[in-house]
Design a protein around this ligand. Sequence first.
Ligand SMILES: [Zn+2]
Length: 320
Amino acid sequence: MVHSILFAFLLVAITKPSFALDLVFQELSKTILTQSPLGKYQQGIRISGVFNVHDARYCDPKIVDNVYSLQSPPVKATVLRDSTLVFDREILARRGIKIKTEAMASSIRKNTELLLNGLIKNGDALAKGRHICLGLAQFEKPNAHSMMIGYMIFDPQIIFNVNNNIRRSLYSADAIIAHEFAHQLQYWNQDETLKDILPNGQGYSRRKELQADCVAAALLTMSKSVEEIFKKQWEYDKQGIKASVGALGDFLLNESDHHGLINERELVAEYGIKIAGDYKLKHASNFGFTSTYALNVCRSFIDANNKAHGNVWPFTLKIQ
Ligand SMILES: [Zn+2]
């Protein structure tokens, strides 16, 4: 057990709206791994919930600094303290609302915990006894990371940006949060998409990113009641989910960090919404809608389209 922890490797899944950055594997020290949510889980310690990155009982912001310093090139990021004021850095003259880091972080934690608890209630054995450390950090460019060791880090600017999107809805920020949470589910399931590589041997993000979009949209839909998904409001809400992930699409087709085209990201989100809605109509409860189920159904959809269209799906592609 300890041996596998010592030689485990770290994978950082990165939501990069602007430029490519390779998937990076780095060896971490035994101390960092054993103290991380992943390390504790591997040692048989079961803790459930989403905790403040500054909560010394379960988390350590220095681990985040350490992970970033190990990337190649190192990621420049400052983990924000609870009392630091955050504001929309892209508003001229910085006249936007200033709120405390902890006010935004606690809301992101709460939403992540709802998704985690929803899966546990659905009988998800891999989500049970898992915990996540969650915090905010300021990067050079807006960003969000989900680390295999169990940390989720968001730049407040990425939340401001999705809420400034012209097609925003009440679920725009939730889509980004659920996307990063979906990466944790990929790690817990050791999903095959994590192993995708380019012909040159570098990791290839596209399939796992599309899968995360699809699973995120599915989980958010599962959090609604059947009555709610038939209401007009949900039509608006789900557009915000699609718009959020679509806005982070890129055209770097053959680069390691390619996240999928805008139309592909929106289509997989729509598919996630559909499979969750279908599940609700077919079953009396959400029981059985686990991370494994969602990852499998989403991956099958992506694989079928990849088989038919390669890694550039036509804009005209619709869900059957
Ligand atoms: Zn991602």
